[in-house]
Design a protein around this ligand. Structure first.
Ligand code: FAD
Length: 453
């Protein structure tokens, strides 16, 4: 296939769609014609919304139009409604058809409330409800909250972040309330292996958060969260992670949950030239970093398909979790394997640290998108892909971090006052790496300084 004539359509402007675009350009250069079909020009970075109810940060907004323009992609603000693989065209919601030589489906998944009566935390729209729970605890209007993980396959990190930040605020305010996590996991964040549970134990204890493992929450009743084994967790309010369902365009195969089956290169079963990456696929764990790794595998497979001399590497999942917990963030990393004879994902390596285990230390650890989105990088330079780092010998403590954070923010203010906005943004990047997120006033300053740069 001549690269100059190739038409690649990417459906979805989320993590997987954008990472596919950046990885494709890295491997195949500027010649393939790429069309990005997605319904909105801007997207809120969902993972950071966990900080908002606690006033510990503001979720940044991704400028999808600018990212598409920077990478030479044509942007169609629409939805891919149907795929007709035999004709190699997609039908758009607006009625047009787009032909493709390779199609990458990255349309994500829908999050639906899994427990009646609980606050489902799915992102920006649920920040106020979570804030109301925290405020009611702080005002001593209620005395117990339970954080429920309804299914083992749900991404558990946000639930721990919400519980730990709630605990941190209650301890800081001297309020004695019960904060519990109820989860089917065998140990806290067992997905990340034993290092995670070891690193979490003191942090949970300091924030007075208890964890009930091996527990499947099934119902919210007055004053309690009921578990499948008949157990009860006292709870005036329950906060739960949502259930996830697939929403692929019509014409694609899907499993009973609505997810698209793919092989290790992201090829959709039975359809030549059609690939999928991210939450839309049948891979059991839905996470941004994994979505990006799937996108990287897809981009390599598509590049090989269109004639680039590349040996496409399969998707080999590594989970990277940056937890915002109130205080120094916690970084977790594990390579995933499968239990012999089953499809169950289990960690084969496990590391935890209070210092960044990858660089740049983005919450969504995407090989190309992470470095590109790191604020201060000049857009014209080719960013270095994300790299892993070893855990440091001596971890920094909270006082080291707070002193370094205060210094980085003071330097940022100083650079901005002197008119050097690029340096000010670099200092903010350093501050964000230390704290995991920026104080709200600095998130606003970042926007102003970006415009002034
Ligand atoms: C509260 C919360 C916290 C999280 N924290 C983390 C974290 O710390 N780290 C992490 O790695 N992950 C985290 N995740 C998970 C992460 O957000 C998702 O796994 C990730 O966004 C999946 O990327 P995606 O590209 O597959 O889907 P999405 O990011 O959902 O993107 C899908 C895109 O497709 C578009 N679209 C939908 N339908 C169509 C269509 N028919 N045609 C064209 N476009 C369409 C959508 O508008 C969207 O732009 C968190 C999730 C939540 C809810």
């Amino acid at each position: 296939m001549g690269r100059e004539r190739v038409r690649i359509v990417i459906a979805g402007g989320g993590v997987a769609g954008l990472e596919t675009l950046l990885a494709l350009r890295a491997h195949a250069g500027p010649l393939p014609h790429v069309t990005l079909v997605t319904p909105a020009v801007q997207a809120v970075d969902r993972p950071h919304t966990v900080a908002e109810p606690f006033d510990r940060g503001v979720a940044p907004t991704r400028d999808v139009a600018a990212i598409a323009a920077d990478h030479g992609a044509e942007l169609r603000l629409d939805r891919v409604a149907t795929v007709a693989p035999h004709r190699r065209v997609v039908g758009l919601g607006g009625g047009d058809e787009l032909p493709y030589d390779a199609l990458v489906v990255a349309t994500g998944a829908a999050a639906v409330a899994a427990l009646d009566g609980a606050v489902a935390f799915r992102g920006p729209d649920d920040v106020d409800a979570m804030r109301a729970v925290r405020d009611a605890l702080l005002a001593r209007e209620i005395g117990a909250v339970a954080f429920a993980l309804p299914a083992a396959s749900t991404w558990p990190v946000p639930l721990y972040e919400l519980a730990l930040m709630t605990g941190a605020d209650l301890v800081a305010a001297g309020v004695d309330a019960a904060v519990a996590i109820a989860t089917p996991e065998p140990a806290p964040l067992s997905l990340f292996g034993p290092s995670a549970a070891d690193a979490l134990a003191p942090r949970l204890a300091e924030r007075r958060v208890t964890v009930r493992t091996g527990a499947r929450p099934v119902a919210v009743e007055p004053g309690v969260l009921r578990l499948a084994d008949g157990g009860r967790v006292p709870a005036d309010r329950v906060v739960a992670m949502p259930a996830i369902t697939g929403r692929p365009p019509a014409g694609l195969p899907a499993d009973p949950g609505g997810f698209v089956p793919v092989d290790a290169h992201g090829r959709v079963h039975g359809l030549d030239g059609v690939y999928a990456a991210g939450d839309v696929t049948a891979f059991p764990l839905k996470q941004g970093g994994l979505a990006a790794q799937q996108a990287d595998a897809v981009a390599e497979a598509v590049a090989a398909r269109i004639g680039v001399a590349i040996e496409p590497r399969p998707f080999r999942p590594v989970v990277r979790g940056m937890l915002l917990i109130g205080g120094t963030p916690l970084y977790l990393r594990a390579e995933l394997g499968t239990r012999t004879g089953t499809a169950e994902a289990i960690p084969s390596t496990s590391v935890a640290s209070a210092q960044a285990l990858w660089w740049p230390p983005a919450k969504v650890a995407a090989r190309y998108l992470g470095p590109y989105l790191a604020t201060a990088r000049p857009r014209m330079l080719e960013p270095q892909p994300l790299i892993d780092r070893a855990a440091p010998e001596r971890p920094a403590d909270d006082r080291d971090r707070e002193a370094a954070l205060a210094l980085a923010l003071a330097l940022a203010d100083g650079d901005a006052r002197s008119g050097d906005h690029a340096a000010a943004l670099r200092a903010l990047d350093a501050a964000e790496a230390l704290a995991g997120t920026l104080p709200p006033e600095y998130a606003a300053k970042r926007e102003r300084w970006r415009e002034a740069r």
